[in-house]
Design a protein around this ligand. Structure first.
Ligand SMILES: [Zn+2]
Length: 344
């Protein structure tokens, strides 16, 4: 009896179970996308048994997984071990309710993943506050009679906003607040710490990029237009516009769509749900389809919206082909070229 107890203590079975489950999941995704990679190479070169990617030649009977963000190549060994080189990434981020998982390499997952997740959370929080969602808050600095206080503004609903100080102020300072109000004749200035819109947009773009990869596989990754999107994600100084639509998507529009009309903005539209503690937001991101025309549409999108939809309550009259419940390369082998053929 004692021996069994001791054994149970040293060998926590739930940990082992979790580890195996993670490994199984990684293996399954690895093999599915390695297969999709092979099919893509084959589709490019007929019955050829060799594929050339990035100047290197690979035998296609050898399973290769290409990290969709940095294009580094990995064999099945990369999902094994305690510290695997290919790791599961939730899309959208786990903290924001992301259900689907994909493998990205440890470097891509660690260096940008966590930073970008926090950028999305901060962006959504601010969005809640400015659209008047009750109980939403935004970090703020208050200046009362030239003295600065750190804290947050909280919207309580019915046009009531409360001002909260950070917990690190001691009670003495808080008790001493009223005199400041008196001296300033009730005037309080605020500096709102609005999160970086650029970081927020890039983070949402990265999520949409990964989601499109889960559906289209490598025909998406190796497309010229998508390469430009990927380069933008890598380059902090890039001025490429991120075309985001943050309002007006009902839950039944979550998924992937082809914008057919207006022709001038024809491209892919990906709507993904983000869920934080209080709210759910459906955010739409435009991703370019294949070909020069689609890329030109992508670049001219902001100008087009400005010229055609200003003063129209932001309502856009668009014709979509909606791919509801579309599983793409996750389930169908033929889907390997859908990134192109869906437009035909
Ligand atoms: Zn990578």
């Amino acid at each position: 009896m004692i021996l069994i107890k001791k054994l149970c203590r040293t060998l926590d079975l739930t940990d082992v179970f979790k580890m195996n489950k993670g490994l199984e999941k990684r293996k399954k995704i690895f093999l599915r996308y390695a297969d999709s990679f092979n099919l893509y190479i084959k589709a490019q070169g007929g019955e050829a048994i060799y594929g050339e990617i990035g100047g290197k030649i690979y035998r296609i009977d050898k399973a290769i997984y290409v990290c969709p963000l940095c294009l580094r190549k990995f064999t099945i060994k990369a999902v094994e071990g305690e510290n695997p080189l290919l790791t599961l990434e939730h899309v959208p981020p786990k903290a924001l309710g992301g259900p689907s998982k994909i493998l990205t390499c440890k470097v891509c997952n660690n260096t940008s993943g966590k930073d970008l997740d926090s950028a999305i959370m901060a962006g959504l929080k601010a969005y809640s506050f400015f659209t008047g969602k009750p109980h939403s808050s935004i970090p703020s600095r208050f200046i009362i009679n030239s003295k600065r206080f750190e804290g947050e503004l909280r919207y309580r609903g019915k046009n009531e906003i409360t001002l909260r100080l950070n917990e690190n102020y001691n009670s003495r300072e808080v008790i001493n607040l009223p005199p400041y109000f008196e001296q300033s004749e009730g005037r309080v200035n605020f500096i709102l710490s609005f999160p970086s819109n650029k970081r927020f947009r890039n983070a949402v773009l990265r999520v949409a990029y990964l989601q499109a990869f889960t559906l289209f596989g490598y025909s998406f990754v190796f497309n010229d237009n998508i390469e430009k999107i990927r380069n933008h994600l890598k380059d902090n100084t890039s001025s490429l516009n991120v075309n985001m639509l943050s309002q007006g998507f009902s839950n039944d529009l979550v998924g992937i769509h082809l914008i057919r009309e207006p022709k001038e903005v024809s491209n892919y539209l990906i709507v993904l749900p983000y869920q934080d503690a209080d709210s759910r937001y459906n955010v739409g991101i435009i991703l370019p389809g294949p070909g020069q025309e689609k890329w030109n549409n992508y670049l001219s999108y902001p100008e087009f919206i400005k010229n055609n939809f200003a003063g129209n309550d932001g309502n856009m009259n668009i014709t979509l082909t909606t791919l509801m419940g579309y599983k793409g390369v996750r389930e169908e082998k033929e889907a390997v070229l859908h990134f192109y053929t869906l437009w035909e």
